[in-house]
Design a protein around this ligand. Sequence first.
Ligand SMILES: [Zn+2]
Length: 342
Amino acid sequence: MIIDVHGHYTTAPKALEEWRNRQIAGIKDPSVKPKPSELKISDDELRDSIVNNQLKLMKERGSDLTVFSPRASFMAHHIGDFEVSSTWAAICNELCFRVSKLFPDNFMGVAMLPQSPGVDPKTCIPEIEKCIKEYGFVGINLNPDPSGGHWTSPPLSDRHWYPIYEKMVELDIPAMIHVSTSCNACFHTTGSHYLNADTTAFMQCLTSDLFKDFPKLRFLIPHGGGAVPYHWGRFRGLAQEMKKPLLKDHLLNNIFFDTCVYHQPGIDLLTKVIPVENVLFASEMIGAVRGIDPETGFYYDDTKRYIEGATTLSAEDRYKIYEGNARRVFPRLDAALKAQGK
Ligand SMILES: [Zn+2]
């Protein structure tokens, strides 16, 4: 099987965005604030939005299952207060749940959290419980910077976040560390804020002893780990200066990277530097980079081509990247697949 662990519902019907725009307008003018029940999207509309987009590309490119969460850049946790985020997260998660029910062989849900700057993360726990226990979701996306590029929250190693980690361990789910839209003009959302956050999250873990407190906690750092694989020597050297254990013991039982790196040399480096046990196949399609690479004639985000093209990988390595590691990092996904006889 080929499991893509990083997909977002970027192709949701327009009604969703229109509802969100009214919700945002309602922050200033409560008279225009919409009710959740005013958002009406039929199953046929959901089906069309998937069949002609993600599912079509999955079939063309040869992946079987996508781990599917609400559109990351639309999470926009910096907008409004907890109530705004909470209503928005519930709506977005429910749509992903409905997609997973319509296409149980092809999509499994991951929850967006109702985070809000300055609000205790433990307020996210009811949404996590609902998504995992009622919706059958297999993980969460955790935003380390709900302020959208101003980094006003404590680092991921701070006890601030522990209520979420305790719940993750209890439910045996991983978190993808995933920021949302940047509202800091210095950082382009997908070109710098995302990659900065990936690198920042890794370094926050490196400088801490978080995984001593939570030996079973699992973080998936997306976009190939930001700058981490490329600068692995720097990170190893910094850990050594800080008298930390070797990174393989200090972090690699708990941190995993996806393959959302959009060219062959990037994947070659990732799979050479990071143990294959820590690399999970993903494309983040249909996402930030939708064009065709003129150098190859193929879509940048057709990442399976790069795994196939990585000449140092064995068949066993490819199995781990495509399927085995995902089953290990997402035990609930593994259990759901086994229940389907897969
Ligand atoms: Zn993403």
